[in-house]
Design a protein around this ligand. Structure first.
Ligand code: C2E
Ligand code: MG
Ligand code: MG
Ligand code: MG
Length: 284
């Protein structure tokens, strides 16, 4: 009957709700523990030069496991960290660890620019640019060796703070990338006014380029716009050879995605970099 179905559904939602609350509490515990005892793991996803397929860049992505040693979804964990006011601490941990890693790579003769992800809370924090610059100096790094990513959504939803932050980064000579570009509807006026170096085309657009002519044209317009703005282009979420070749032929500068590699632990990332062989058809 309807009554029993309603009851079943109520129980179902109660269970779901409990599960979510448990997850939330569990994630909170894990985050606090990870902050206190340095338990985050750092993964690095290779980003290749579209023409040579050489790793020139990478993105640092954090990983954390739950009590059963199962990975917690990074998106969910970041969301909880933002809600609990823990994100600024985490960003500082990421910055420090990436700077340490970058120094080791440079000592080993591995040259790769590393990008870290920032949250809107970081860009609203007036002290963050100073902390970032000090960390770079502390580890003896060049100001171009670590880039910061802010999403297009963060940039438009906090436009004033973002403008200020981007200006600081420009003065410090730190490269800025606009992440997940294409989904947050920034105006042409806004992107023209913003100071940044690289535009990262969101995976959802990359997914569309094989679908139909209209979708391809939209990505083409984004690539042309970047050219006019004199910024480099990076496509994220590239999973197939067809997507890669289309993007390369249209002049997209850099490629990130499973077609080349998933995010890797340090050891595997180094092996990936060292295994580079020039492709036969890259004589351009
Ligand atoms: P994002 O910054 O857009 O990072 C790219 C995400 O796309 C990563 O997911 C990466 O593993 C995934 N990805 C890359 N190539 C492919 C592909 O070809 N196919 C598919 N299906 N996925 C691909 P991940 O590592 O799960 O991270 C998710 C999000 O969590 C990130 O999105 C970022 O917003 C956030 N995040 C991760 N680490 C950090 C961090 O240290 N700080 C902050 N604030 N956010 C972070
Ligand atoms: Mg990112
Ligand atoms: Mg992204
Ligand atoms: Mg994304």
């Amino acid at each position: 009957s309807y009554a029993s179905r309603d009851k079943k559904e109520t129980v179902f939602y109660e269970d779901k709700m409990k599960e979510m609350l448990n997850n939330h509490a569990e994630t909170e515990t894990r985050l606090i523990d990870a902050i206190a005892h340095n338990k985050f793991e750092f993964y690095y996803q290779p980003i290749v030069d579209a023409k040579t397929q050489k790793v020139v860049h990478c993105e640092a992505l954090i990983r954390l496991k739950d009590e059963n040693n199962k990975p917690i979804s990074p998106e969910y964990m970041i969301h909880v960290a933002e809600e609990l006011g823990l994100i600024k601490k985490i960003t500082k941990i990421v910055t420090k660890n990436v700077a340490m890693q970058q120094k080791i790579w440079q000592q080993k003769g591995l040259h790769v620019k590393v990008a870290i992800n920032l949250s809107s809370y970081d860009i609203e924090d007036e002290d963050f640019s100073l902390f970032f610059a000090q960390t770079i100096v502390k580890y003896g790094l060049n100001n171009k060796s670590i880039a910061v990513e802010i999403t297009e959504r963060t940039a438009v939803q906090n436009y004033e703070a973002a403008q200020k932050f981007l200006q600081h980064m420009k003065e410090l000579g730190i490269p800025v990338e606009i992440d997940d570009f294409g989904v947050a509807n920034s105006s042409l006026h806004q992107i023209t006014e913003m100071e940044f170096d690289t535009l990262k085309i969101d995976k959802s657009f990359v997914d569309k380029i094989l679908e139909d002519e209209k979708d391809r044209e939209i990505v083409n317009v984004i690539l042309q716009t970047a050219k006019i703005l004199n910024v480099t282009t990076l496509a994220e979420g590239v999973e197939t050879k067809e997507q890669y070749e289309w993007l390369k032929d249209k002049g997209c500068d850099m490629i990130q995605g499973y077609y080349f590699s998933k995010p890797l632990c340090v050891k595997d990332f180094e092996a990936y970099m060292l295994s580079y062989k020039e492709p036969l058809d890259s004589a351009t």
